[in-house]
Design a protein around this ligand. Sequence first.
Ligand code: NAP
Length: 315
Amino acid sequence: MTDIRDTVILGSGCAGLTAAIYTARAGLKPLVLEGHEPGGQLSITTLVENFPGWPEGIQGPELIDNMKKQAQRFGATFELAHLNSAKLGSHPIHLSTSAGDFATRTLIIASGASARWLGIPSEQALIGHGVSSCATCDGFFFRGKEIAVVGGGDSAMEEALFLTRFASKVTLLHRREQFRASKIMLERAAAHPNIELRTNTVIDEVLGVEEKEVKGLRLRDVKTGTACELPISGLFLGIGHEPNAKMFTGQMDLDNDGYIKTANNVFTTHHGDVIPGVFACGDVQDRRYRQAITAAGSGCMAALEVEKFLEEHGH
Ligand code: NAP
């Protein structure tokens, strides 16, 4: 182990990179551990049209690349590494990573949340080409088109309802007869004239891999085994997200779905009491908004808390 760092940032999505820009500008020489999915969810989207300051929109990977360069300009350093384990209660905090061990006075956890995917190869091949896990980000591109949403929980209902603003028809596909969604959300979706609910149905293949754009779905009725094709232009995944916080189980308060619990607008983490010097921001602690701009905002706030913490502790 070498010297003690002022701050280490876990994750290189929108939240982590904003925290890196702020802490680097404050002279704290942050080290960013880029994690398993460098650039986070933005790096797998295409056009981002709702990030303020880009009137014509910007490609997600380009936005992320710009943020990284901005952080590097002020002295942030990056390691293509992931965290193996952390001792959050120790002072300094000890991190064991795939690139070696580090000691740090503060830690900003911006490890994000990963959308759940079906995992079939044709779906993976068409991410960003008609397959999306974010209705708010990509719904706009399907104006007047027929699309499908998969999932039977509140996220799927919410996405399907939101997408009716753009799509001419939304087919909601669910693998079982019973829905997991709350009664009110299910009733709203069921009552919508442009939403068709299709239960006991699974997706065997997303069609359009050769054309590099979604052309339809090959579906199977799980009760009868009957296969059929559904022509659509877009597939939205609404089968949930997994916050990347499992490695902190037992050391930090997580909610029932594994999101890090933070105090309102302060981003301190807790294990009963506040964990000194450990802050969380972005989607790993936000199940509600999950937007690039809210992640960036929380990254900024966590960075300012780090500055305040170090100042209060004489560094
Ligand atoms: P969820 O409740 O866990 O539902 C996930 C759904 O996706 C389930 O219906 C599940 O099917 C299905 N699914 C999972 N893996 C699948 C696969 N491989 N293939 C096909 N289907 C699959 O997740 P969520 O909807 O994201 O909700 C998470 C939490 O956030 C819930 O507590 C929810 O109430 C809350 N939430 C609330 C709101 C709101 O109130 N506005 C909006 C969004 C989320 P099975 O049912 O068969 O397991």
